[in-house]
Design a protein around this ligand. Structure first.
Ligand SMILES: [Zn+2]
Length: 479
């Protein structure tokens, strides 16, 4: 029974649908409006409440509810019925603990899976019911003031629609979800929630602008997580480019250009390369005319990412060929001539994996990782310089040495690796916030985790979750 202090069990019936508990209240009646105990009996009716299952059997509580007349002449209420404080809400058809269970199951699993699980547990509830319980929150959040706010975007649909997630970085709690991503909406939110002292944001200008507008006195901090991930992206693309150059050098050294008739495969390769070259020329031409990356992408028919890469490549980037026996053979011969073990000969490395290895201090690498890395550095010695820059940056973040930032930016700009130069220039544009990122302890790492959780929830519902439901499942479950 939900509360034996308040209820008296009069009998238990076993029916087709499950177990029925017949109960009545043992409280002395008291008017809810004026708290007077001066009352007289009026009538009785039966109230039915669903309760937690018993050994997998559904349980229904049949509550014999008495009605009373209030005899206080000043009281506005004339007739009242017994209530069940702490057991069920007025007019509810289930006990509070059932509501809480439905809400918890729906919060964790979503509508349909939740409904299936509940049926197995003897608490049948439709998926709509489960979702309604999740969406109905008991108390409004953000009663406490936020001091350190993390803000980032999440995608409704990638490249098309975005929303905003806000997190209290001190309490490590998601505090709000906004359906849009814009400077104005963020500024509005900040005006409604005063007291924010520090804003940790990504390097996109929207939240910076919204922050200046909504909370001018707050200190803005660039997010360390994004700094590191942007750096490793730049390193990855640089390594890709360096590999292509190293391979090109190798083939020029070793193999004279094949002359005469092309094989079918070579002819097809040439055709594809030509078509790609035309697209490349179109991209460069349009960007000279001042089109935006999105416009160019639409007109030429390539993705915006490709446009960005080509604009920064500084020349036509030859396509990576995953397997090229002739080039590998050249490498093989060259290594044998140098007296190296031919098994070490390798000309294709995963740039992503290599970027991760170069960004990790050597003491944290396994023997296999070290030999893979060394093999790569032998093949492409220019990468030493990239590695040095990357590790310096990492150490700066690790040891909170923001004084070195200016020097690092200078060195990076002088390095002539186009993507690293670009990365360094964007740091310079946002210098104050980046310095804060290095010296302040705040990071949006936990927020990224919650964004991943949001993505999971979105996919779990096959993209059909509306904003209200998504918000209810992303915000922490209030007990
Ligand atoms: Zn009364």
């Amino acid at each position: 029974m939900p509360n034996a202090d308040l209820l008296v069990l009069e009998g238990i019936d076993e029916t087709e649908e499950g177990v029925v508990l017949r109960v009545r209240s043992k409280e002395t009646p008291q008017c809810q409006a004026c708290s007077s105990s001066d009352v007289s009996y009026h009538s009785t009716y039966l109230r039915h409440l669903r309760d937690l299952a018993w050994q997998g059997r559904p349980v229904r509580i049949q509550f014999k509810t008495r009605r009373f007349r209030c005899l206080n002449p000043q009281c506005p209420r004339q007739i009242f019925a017994e209530s069940l404080p702490g057991i069920a809400a007025p007019r509810a058809r289930e006990t509070d603990r059932v509501t809480q269970t439905l809400r918890l199951v729906g919060y964790l699993l979503g509508g349909r899976p939740g409904s299936r699980l509940l049926e197995r547990l003897g608490m049948k509830a439709s998926r709509d019911t489960v979702l309604r319980r999740v969406k109905k929150r008991s108390a409004p959040e953000t009663a406490t003031k936020v001091r350190v706010l993390g803000v980032d975007d999440w995608a409704w649909r990638k490249h098309q629609e975005y929303g905003t997630m806000l997190m209290d970085l001190e309490q490590r709690r998601v505090i709000d979800l906004l359906p849009v991503r814009s400077a104005a909406s963020f500024a509005d939110w900040l005006r409604q929630h005063s007291g924010v002292k520090i804003i940790a944001r990504d390097r996109c200008g929207l939240y910076a602008e919204g922050g200046h507008e909504g909370a001018p006195s707050a200190v803005q901090v660039t997010d360390r997580y994004h700094l590191m991930s942007n750096l490793s992206e730049a390193v990855e693309h640089t390594l890709q480019q360096l590999q292509i150059e190293a391979r090109a050098e190798l083939t020029q050294e070793r193999i004279p250009k094949p002359s005469g008739r092309l094989t079918l495969v070579e002819a097809r390769y040439q055709r594809c390369r030509q078509a790609r070259y035309e697209r490349y020329k179109a991209v460069i031409e349009l960007s000279r005319q001042g089109c935006t990356q999105l416009q160019i992408a639409e007109r030429v028919g390539v993705s915006p990412d490709t446009v960005a890469r080509w604009q920064n490549a500084g020349g036509f980037p030859e396509r990576r060929i995953r397997r090229d026996r002739r080039r590998d053979q050249a490498r093989f011969l060259q290594d044998r001539a140098r007296g190296l073990h031919p098994a070490l000969a390798r000309t294709h490395f995963s740039s992503a994996r290599m970027a991760a290895l170069l960004l990790t201090p050597p003491r944290d690498l396994s023997a296999t990782q070290l030999s893979y890395r060394d093999c790569f550095l032998r093949f492409c010695p220019t990468a030493y310089r990239v590695r040095k820059l990357a590790l310096q940056f990492r150490a700066m973040l690790r040891w909170r040495r923001s004084v070195r930032l200016g020097k690092w930016i200078e060195a990076a700009v002088a390095s002539k690796f186009p993507l690293i130069v670009q990365f360094a220039r964007t740091l310079r544009r946002d210098l104050r916030a980046v310095e804060m990122a290095i010296s302040a302890p705040w990071s949006n790492g936990p927020l990224e985790g919650h964004i991943n959780r949001l993505k999971m929830i979105k996919r779990q519902m096959y993209g059909r979750a509306g904003f209200a439901l998504l918000k209810a499942r992303v915000l922490p479950l209030s007990a």
